[in-house]
Design a protein around this ligand. Sequence first.
Ligand code: AFD
Ligand code: MN
Ligand code: MN
Length: 430
Amino acid sequence: MNTVINPALVAEHNAGERARLDADYDALAGMLQRRGVDIEALTAQAQRFALAIPSWGVGTGGTRFARFPGPGEPRNVMEKLEDCAVIHQLARVMPTVSLHFPWDAGDPAALRQAAEGYGLGFDLVNSNTFQDQAGQAHSYKFGSLTSHSAAVREQAVQHNIDCIALGRALGSKGLTVWVGDGANFPGQHNLRGALERYLDSARLIYQALPDDWLMYIEHKLFEPAFYATTIADWGTSYACATALGPKAKCLVDLGHHAPNTNIEMIVARLAQFGKLGGFHFNDSKYGDDDLDAGSIDPFQLFLVFNELADAAQRDGAAFRPAYMLDQSHNVTDPIESLMSSAVEVQRAYVQAALVDRAALRHHQERNDALQAAQTLKHAYRTDVGPILTMARVRAGAAADPVACYRAAAYREQQRRARPPRAGASGSGIV
Ligand code: AFD
Ligand code: MN
Ligand code: MN
């Protein structure tokens, strides 16, 4: 495998962490044993956990106001893959990359070869009909899949079909469709008519799906439409996924809800009805903030994984949602944010695996609300850090990915190797 960071440096870093890791791991093993939990089973579970890197996440993000580019940003999809390889090498929890078209357009065979060289695979592909591209025949200013214009709808449908073809060539197994379509004024749209047009367009994309592919419908409450977004909530997403058929599922982006929405309940509902397709993990305080997963409300992330653990227990191997991060890194090094966010998601996964489900059911059946809540808190409060570190070290990754990454001076090296292109510092989101 082509490693971007010198493996000797990783080994040296790990050797320095070894004594402390062993001591912490043994202490945690003893504590868990007294609770009847085998630490080795949890570590093996942590090692199996994986989520995808959003290709756009390795570049510095931005807001509607400005974008402040960071040094050594990747300037094309090949350089994005190189950054993803660093994340994969040091954290070993993100083995796949999710490409976004046409941003990541490239020769699929060359992309595949580069990714395989790094030991990376390709996850779901994403279509983009929320902005216009140079030379595009029709504008998406007034919508894409829901446009009043048949020609615009056709163009948007065709783009999604092209994404499927590209994804197929990459070995991907699904397409995520997020549209910004909606209205900024009451009356601008016939609300029902817009959704009817969406479904007509979505059906054409659905029909183009290979047999072993899924289509993921991503809802979002608002922005860019500020009055009425066509696919605004999980109810609409569920209704559309149901209307389309078994290969259509719902994708939950944690930031795409009103503040204080009970997202774990949405997860439980979608899982119950077989429509939970996957996640875009991130965190938020106010809206679609795209902050790092677990940075604002790690308890919510835990509660989401608590529902996922329950669903996995009920549905077994058939339950395999797609996991990905979807964040905008505006003030941090994107590689550092992606690695530490992935570890936060993995942490929530392991904490949820620690929930004593038999005890929880026992308290629930006896209406002992206090003890039921305490059962969850008990798992959540357990510091599973040594398990995550051990999982990484055993897989050849870094005990402390951020510290090791900084020691490798990768960013500094790329600052020199990748001088910014003229005009690349403009404003705009991601
Ligand atoms: C959007 C959505 C969606 C999309 C991405 C592109 O979350 O996942 O693909 O950002 O930047 O807000
Ligand atoms: Mn998203
Ligand atoms: Mn978003």
